[in-house]
Design a protein around this ligand. Structure first.
Ligand SMILES: Cc1cc2nc3c(=O)[nH]c(=O)nc-3n(C[C@H](O)[C@H](O)[C@H](O)COP(=O)(O)O)c2cc1C
Length: 416
């Protein structure tokens, strides 16, 4: 089936990247009707947008011909999905407060079509409490966010969270939302308050174990899965504590982030953050650390290379799963395995007294570490359920919906 989206371009430097997105979306047989804000027209022209989309471009709320031919109400209702990219700080503020002073905001207000937003702005604008408040409001309303990414900005010497996500990631997310049918359920499903009043604790990313002041042991975890879980839990209304190792990702909006470096720091932060109703251990915690980490850099001496002696780190999942008091009612671990996936994950669930294990194959050809996709099995007491390959954001949404269901069922039982 041919899908139809409305793409709203805001007035930001990244608008030029959305020209490429239009082309790529059309290659996937998605028809793209574009609305440009007044500011967007300072960055890209309606002419180039029209040539690429091969559709009429809309800019003015008071264009009488438009009102007769299509109008802002029809424009929004005929779309399967509305995408705002680049979403400026200004557009987010207007959306969060229900403004309708121009065509873009009027279309956004006059619709119950799902909305995907890809913010792009200076890191200070993104991190400003006002923007973060607006993002939290919009997420609560069911708006789906992608990004921003972290990195260099167009401005000199500026870096941080605020870059538009890569065009291919934006296109993949649009396709995912259209294909998965999220378009008909986003408001009720993702914006619901299924986890309101629930404290969700999530760990994410790798840990860095120092060898000396400049060297460390690490692994290839990007933190994408853990951060997506924190974001999905917040979208469902949870109070979320995200304990993160060193990652190159923006903190999800509305989530309290505690940054740590080592497994020992993560262990301490997790126990300090309890009690929690649901705990998800997605971090790839180092099993071992160097037995000693000297204060000075280890020097080459010309003799034999130094021996690195390792000692085992505390097992965070097990330390929480086996708690006698203060144990979260739902403890979810992750098992990254390179062989015997299901058998090893089942063993891990029992040994660590986790309720569920999300098992994923991280062997070399699985292409999971650092990627945006994941193929997992959910291991519960009932057995192993294979989930199809999907984006890490979809895995996160599905896992949190399951967790919300389990939480509600347990709550009902205790109240009976
Ligand atoms: C050169 C330049 C670049 C800008 N880039 C951004 C940007 O990347 N993100 C953003 O939120 N605002 C950016 N702005 C500010 C917006 O253009 C301004 O807030 C405008 O009112 C947004 O209008 P709109 O939200 O209706 O598109 C930029 C302004 C200028 C002059």
């Amino acid at each position: 089936m041919r899908h139809r989206i409305v793409l709203i371009l805001g007035g930001g430097i990244a608008a030029y990247k959305c020209l490429e997105a239009i082309r790529r979306l059309k290659e996937h047989d998605i028809s793209v009707r574009c609305i440009l804000t007044k500011a967007a027209q300072e960055f890209v022209t309606p002419l180039s947008v029209g040539a690429l989309s091969n559709e009429r471009v809309f800019t003015d709320l008071f264009d009488l011909n438009d009102e007769r031919e299509i109008g802002h109400i029809r424009l929004s209702r005929e779309a399967d999905l509305i995408v705002v990219a680049p979403a400026t700080a200004d557009l987010l503020a207007k959306m969060a407060h229900g403004h309708a002073g121009d065509l873009a905001t009027a279309v956004l207000l006059a619709t119950d079509t799902p909305v995907l937003v890809a913010p792009a702005m200076n890191p200070k604008m993104w991190q400003h409490p006002a923007t973060q408040r607006n993002v939290a409001t919009l997420k609560h309303d069911g708006v789906v966010f992608i990004g921003p990414a972290v990195g260099e900005m167009a401005e000199r010497d500026e870096a941080g969270p605020g870059r538009l996500v890569e065009v291919e990631d934006l296109v993949a997310e649009v396709r995912q939302l259209l294909d998965s049918g999220v378009q008909t359920t986003a408001k009720t499903d993702l914006g619901s308050d299924a986890l309101t009043g629930v404290h969700v604790l999530v760990t994410s990313g790798p840990t860095h174990e120092p060898v000396d002041p400049v060297r460390y042991l690490a692994n290839r975890s990007s933190g994408k899965q853990g951060h997506a879980i924190a974001e999905a839990a917040a979208t469902l209304g949870a109070r979320v504590t995200l304990i993160s190792g060193p990652v190159d990702l923006a903190a999800p909006a509305g989530v309290a982030v505690i940054n740590v470096q080592t497994a020992a720091e993560m262990h301490a932060a997790v126990h300090a953050a309890l009690p929690a109703d649901i705990a998800v251990f997605a971090a790839a915690v180092a099993d071992w650390r160097a037995s000693k980490s000297p204060r000075n850099k280890i020097k080459k001496t010309g003799d034999a290379p130094p021996t690195l002696k390792l000692v085992e780190n505390k097992d965070i999942l097990k330390s929480v799963g086996t708690l006698k008091s203060n144990r979260p009612p739902l403890v979810i671990g992750f098992a990254a395995e390179t062989s015997n996936l299901i058998a090893n994950a089942k063993k891990k669930r029992k040994a660590k007294k986790a309720d569920w294990i999300v098992a994923n194959d991280v062997s070399e050809d699985s292409n999971v570490m650092g990627s945006d996709h994941n193929q997992v099995h959910l291991i519960t007491e009932a057995g192993a359920d294979r989930w199809t390959r999907m984006s890490k954001r979809e895995v996160a949404r599905k896992l949190m919906k399951h967790a919300a269901g389990a939480h509600a069922a347990a709550h009902k039982k205790t109240n009976e």
